[in-house]
Structures are given as structure tokens and as C-alpha cells.
Design a protein around this ligand. Structure first.
Ligand SMILES: Cc1cc2nc3c(=O)[nH]c(=O)nc-3n(C[C@H](O)[C@H](O)[C@H](O)COP(=O)(O)OP(=O)(O)OC[C@H]3O[C@@H](n4cnc5c(N)ncnc54)[C@H](O)[C@@H]3O)c2cc1C
Ligand code: FES
Length: 302
């Protein structure tokens, strides 16, 4: 059986989840069901959205009106917020934000539509087998894979204490309404929300909450692991916190992607060689998207 492939999936639901986020549910059968049932949190798939129709003009946000009609040439990468195998089918959930022509079209997918999906791709997060505490940090659309990871840790490493931190600029930019918040908390994970303007949860950056929590919940650095998925500026701060405290840290990087499996060389991530000043370029799609935070040369200034 193949490790990854091109599969057809059927849309079982596509609904607005919060002010800016949607949740797409895809059902795979056959080989696709078997491959996606094994998908790890942090892996992703490339969706062909070229033939999806645009929403009605009045439903296109003003800031996307200009870009909406751009032709979609390339597939688009998305991680999973949940994967459930049920009999000979596998259900895959994607939490997404409409930010441009492809994701805008994605909002018009309806129950019964067929989508071409290439995947599962990339490496995914490692599971914290030798740790007692996992700190999961999501910014914006990074919430999807972080939710998936929380679920996988709970299932595979039930003794690990899971602490989830979710950040966004404002309440409107959070990826979930109450039901998603409940889903995280009832899953056994303690969840802390932060918004830059304080309109939901704690006021300030989510990384400040992580630092406070680490200072208040001291345990051996070797027993804790931090996972991050979100904007590069957030990942950079997480990497600095982890380095200062000597805690292992994995971050899921984002790059604009074309092929999705290491051929076009379009998704380079600069990485240090063994902690030295020498660097090489790794491919986000194939060597990542999850990297050890220590090796990344972050491109953003904080
Ligand atoms: C491994 C991976 C997993 C992802 N998982 C998710 C997910 O679960 N949910 C979700 O909502 N989005 C996810 N994304 C981002 C998603 O792929 C983009 O939002 C999408 O491709 C945008 O397509 P578009 O045509 O709508 O907008 P575009 O016009 O292509 O992009 C709109 C804006 O977003 C920027 N952008 C687009 N793609 C990326 C990228 N990969 N990295 C950084 N900036 C980008 C563009 O520069 C532009 O400013 C993921 C990206 C990667 C690489
Ligand atoms: S997207 Fe082609 S090499 Fe990564």
C-alpha cells in the first residue's frame, strides 16, 4: 500500500465555525481511508480547489474582493484538526480561515462535493513518550493541528498532562466559539486563551501566558515539551523561551507551497547545522513542516 497518494474525498460538512474560521469535514474510503487513518498531527494535505465556485459577491469580504478572481493554479496545503477512522471510512476535519482566492472558494464546498486530495504529507509532531507535561501553543489557524495533537497525545500517552494555549489578535479572530473551547477542555486538556486586545481570555500575547505558566508550574525541563503552530513571530518567541529554560520544543513552520513533496524546492526553511553558525536549506513540505525549534533560523523580527 502507498504511503501517500492522490485520493478523492467526499465533503460531509462545511460550516462557519466562528467569525473568520470554517470547518470542512471530508470522508475517505478505500486506500485513502487507510492512509489518512494513520495521519499524524501536524501532517498536511494539498487540496485542489481550482474548480470550486466563488461565494456570491455580497458574501466576499471587502479586503478580498480584488484577489477573489485570481486564477487558482496550485493546490493549497492544510493540516488536520481531527482524524477519525470509522469502519472502512476515515473522516478528516480541516479548520481553515478564508484569506484569499482558494480558501474563499473552499467556503462554497457543500455536502456531497468531491475534492481531490494529495496526502498525507510531511512529518508531523513527535509524541511525548518520555515526558510528563506537554505545552501546546496555537496562534490563528495553527489551532487545527494543535487540537489534533492534543487528541493524539490523550489517546497514545494518557499519562501526559496536556496544557493548551490559544492566541489571536481579537475575539473575532479566534478559531472557535464556545463549542470548540469546550471540545478542548472536555478532552482533558487545560486551555488558556489570550487575545492581544483582551476581548477574550487573557490580554496580551499567548507566549506571555506560556512563560507565566512555565514559571508557576516548575518541573524538570527534561520532563516537559513545547509544541507550537502559528505565525512565525510566535514560534520564534516560543523557541527563545524553550532555549532559555532548556525545554524541548517542536514548531510547525509555514511556507507557500507548490508540489508539497520536495520536488519544486519552493518552500525552503533555513536551518542551523548542529547548532553551529553554518546553515542549510531544508524543505518545509518534506523535511517538515515540524522542526526542532533549535535548528530554525527565524525570518521574522519580534
Ligand atoms: C503545512 C501547512 C499547513 C497549513 N494548514 C492550514 C490549516 O490547517 N488551516 C488554514 O486555514 N490554513 C492552513 N495553511 C495555510 C493555507 O495553506 C493558506 O492560507 C492558503 O494556501 C491560502 O490560499 P488562498 O489562495 O486562499 O490565499 P493566497 O492568496 O494564496 O494567500 C493569502 C495570504 O496568505 C499568505 N499565505 C498563503 N499561504 C501561506 C503559507 N503557506 N504560509 C504563510 N503565508 C501564506 C499569502 O502570502 C497571502 O498574503 C497551511 C499552510 C501550510 C504550509
Ligand atoms: S512545496 Fe515543492 S519542495 Fe516543498
Amino acid at each position: 500500500m502507498k504511503n501517500k497518494g492522490m485520493f478523492s474525498a467526499i465533503v460531509s460538512a462545511n460550516e462557519k465555525n466562528s467569525e473568520q474560521f470554517y470547518k470542512l469535514e471530508l470522508v475517505f474510503d478505500g486506500d485513502g481511508a487507510q492512509q489518512f487513518a494513520r495521519a499524524r498531527a501536524g501532517q498536511f494535505a494539498e487540496l485542489d480547489l481550482a474548480n470550486c465556485k466563488l461565494p456570491q459577491a455580497e458574501n466576499i469580504p471587502d479586503d478580498l474582493k480584488d484577489s477573489a478572481n485570481r486564477k487558482i493554479l496550485l493546490r493549497r496545503p492544510f493540516s488536520f484538526s481531527d482524524v477519525k477512522a470509522a469502519g472502512d471510512k476515515t473522516n478528516v476535519e480541516i479548520l481553515y480561515c478564508a484569506v484569499g482566492p482558494a480558501t474563499l472558494r473552499m467556503t462554497t464546498l457543500a455536502k456531497g462535493d468531491c475534492v481531490s486530495v494529495l496526502g498525507p504529507l510531511g512529518n508531523g509532531f513527535s509524541l511525548p513518550d518520555d515526558k510528563s507535561k506537554a505545552v501546546l501553543v496555537a496562534g490563528g489557524s495553527g489551532a487545527g493541528p494543535i487540537m489534533h495533537l492534543a487528541k493524539q497525545i490523550k489517546a497514545d500517552s494518557p499519562n501526559v498532562e496536556i496544557n493548551v494555549f490559544v492566541g489571536a489578535a481579537t475575539r473575532e479572530k479566534l478559531p472557535f466559539e464556545n463549542c470548540w473551547f469546550d471540545k478542548l477542555t472536555t478532552g482533558g486538556a487545560k486551555t488558556t486563551v489570550a487575545t492581544d486586545d483582551g476581548s477574550a481570555g487573557n490580554k496580551g500575547f499567548v507566549t506571555d501566558c506560556v512563560l507565566n505558566w512555565l514559571n508557576e508550574n516548575k518541573s524538570a525541563a527534561s520532563e516537559t515539551i513545547i509544541y507550537g503552530c502559528g505565525p512565525e513571530a510566535m514560534l520564534k518567541v516560543l523557541a527563545e523561551i524553550a532555549a532559555e529554560k532548556g525545554i524541548d520544543c517542536e514548531v510547525s513552520m509555514e511556507r507557500v507551497m507548490a508540489c508539497g513533496f520536495g520536488v519544486c524546492q519552493g518552500c525552503a526553511v533555513e536551518c542551523k547545522i548542529n547548532g553551529s553558525d553554518k546553515t542549510i536549506y531544508k524543505m518545509c513540505c518534506k523535511d517538515g513542516p515540524v522542526f526542532n525549534a533549535k535548528e530554525i533560523v527565524f525570518k521574522t523580527k519580534v
